[in-house]
Design a protein around this ligand. Structure first.
Ligand SMILES: [Zn+2]
Length: 343
C-alpha cells in the first residue's frame, strides 16, 4: 500500500513584498547585492540565506558628473546574469548601498560628491525599468550595518550600532531589527556630534566633531598637535621629518611602545569611547561594531576604546553592550545590500 503525502510548497513563489521576512518562501532564489563606491562598484549574486555565490567589480566612472555610473552597473549586471545563466524570474530583488544622502522611500541619491553626483539621481526608477525587479537603496554605512548584523559581528541581534572609521566617521543604527533613518534620512550622523567644543574645524562648518578626532583624518589632526608640543623621543618625529605619515604608522608605533604614538591613540580612544558611551546610553544596543579602514588596528584599538567606553556608560548598559570589531571586511556592502531586499 502506498501512502502519498502532499505538502503545501510555495517555494516557487517570489517572496511577496509584504512578507519580506519569509526567507523560506524564496528557497533557491537569488538576490543581487551592489556596493557603489567612489573607486569601484562591487556586485554579487547571493542566495536568500546571504551566501555569496558570484562576485565581481567594475571601475566607477566618475567622469562627466558620474553620468555613466548607473548605466555601467545595469550593463555589467545584464552581461553577468546572462553569463551565469540566471533568469530574472529567479531573482527576488536588487539591493544597493550608495554614498551621499539617500532617500530610500524615493529611491534617489543626492550629494554623493565622490561620485560626481551633485544633483538628485533617480536610481531606483532606472533599475526598475531595466530589470522589472524590486529595488532597494540605502546609504553605505546603513548597508554595511545591515551586512554585519546579518552575517558578521552583529550575530543577527536586533539592536546594533555600526561605526565605520575611514576618512570620516559613518554610522548605521539598527533598532528592533530595522534601520533607523529619521525624519529626513539623516539619522546616524554621529561623525558630527561634538566631542571637543572649540576643537578642530570640521568640514560641516562646526568645530570639534567626532570626525575631526576619531577618523583617519582625526588621527592626523591629533598627531600634528602632539608633534608640536611633545618633548618625548619618538620614531614618529623621525617619520614626520622624513615625509608622510599616516594613521597606520601611528597605530603601528603605538603598538610597539612609542610613547608619543601611544598618547595620540589614547586621545583617539578617549573621544571614540566617549561617543560610543553616549550612543550606548541612548540606544542600549547589544553590539557596537567598529569597522572601516582604521579598525584594521584590530584588538589593540578595540581594547583602548573599551577602556574609555566603560568610563562613560551606565553599569546596566555596560553589562549588555559589547564592543566588537567588524568581521566581513569588504563584503559587508554587497551582503548588506542583499539584506535590504530580504530582511
Ligand atoms: Zn562636523
Amino acid at each position: 500500500m502506498f501512502i502519498l503525502i502532499i505538502q503545501a510548497d510555495n517555494r516557487d513563489e517570489i517572496c511577496p513584498k509584504e512578507n519580506r521576512n519569509y526567507i523560506g518562501g524564496c528557497y533557491g532564489k537569488k538576490i543581487i547585492g551592489i556596493d557603489l563606491g567612489g573607486t569601484t562598484v562591487k556586485l554579487a549574486v547571493l542566495t536568500v540565506e546571504g551566501a555569496i555565490e558570484r562576485q565581481w567589480s567594475i571601475i566607477t566612472d566618475t567622469s562627466e558628473g558620474g553620468i555613466n555610473i548607473i548605466g555601467d552597473i545595469v550593463a555589467t549586471l545584464k552581461e553577468h546574469l546572462h553569463k551565469f545563466q540566471i533568469d530574472l524570474k529567479d531573482i527576488v530583488g536588487i539591493g544597493m548601498g550608495s554614498p551621499g544622502q539617500v532617500d530610500c522611500k524615493e529611491g534617489t541619491v543626492t550629494g554623493a560628491y565622490n561620485l560626481g553626483w551633485w544633483c538628485k539621481q533617480h536610481v531606483r526608477s532606472i533599475f526598475e525599468d531595466a530589470f522589472g525587479l524590486p529595488f532597494y537603496l540605502d546609504n553605505d554605512a546603513n548597508v554595511a550595518a545591515m551586512g554585519e548584523r546579518w552575517k558578521g559581528a552583529g550575530a543577527e541581534a536586533d539592536d546594533i550600532i555600526f561605526v565605520t572609521l575611514g576618512t570620516g566617521v559613518g554610522v548605521g543604527i539598527i533598532v528592533d531589527g530595522k534601520l533607523v533613518h529619521g525624519a529626513t534620512a539623516c539619522a546616524g550622523e554621529i561623525g558630527h556630534i561634538v566631542v571637543d567644543p572649540g576643537g578642530f574645524q570640521c568640514t560641516c562648518g562646526n568645530r570639534g566633531c567626532l570626525e575631526t578626532v576619531a577618523s583617519a583624518t582625526g588621527i592626523m589632526n591629533l598627531t600634528k598637535v602632539e608633534l608640536s608640543r611633545s618633548q618625548a623621543e619618538s620614531q614618529l618625529k623621525i617619520l614626520a621629518n622624513n615625509g608622510k605619515i599616516d594613521a597606520k604608522d601611528v597605530f603601528d608605533l603605538a603598538k610597539s611602545g612609542d610613547v608619543l604614538a601611544q598618547a595620540i591613540v589614547d586621545r583617539f580612544a578617549f573621544y571614540l569611547g566617549l561617543a560610543c558611551g553616549q550612543l550606548a546610553n541612548t540606544l542600549n544596543p547589544r553590539y557596537i561594531i567598529i569597522g572601516g579602514g582604521v579598525s584594521k588596528a584590530g584588538e589593540f584599538l578595540k581594547n583602548k576604546v573599551e577602556e574609555q567606553f566603560s568610563n562613560f556608560v551606565l553599569p546596566t548598559v555596560k553589562d549588555r553592550t559589547e564592543l566588537r570589531l567588524a568581521s566581513l571586511g569588504n563584503e559587508a556592502g554587497v551582503i548588506g545590500a542583499a539584506g535590504l531586499v530580504i530582511l
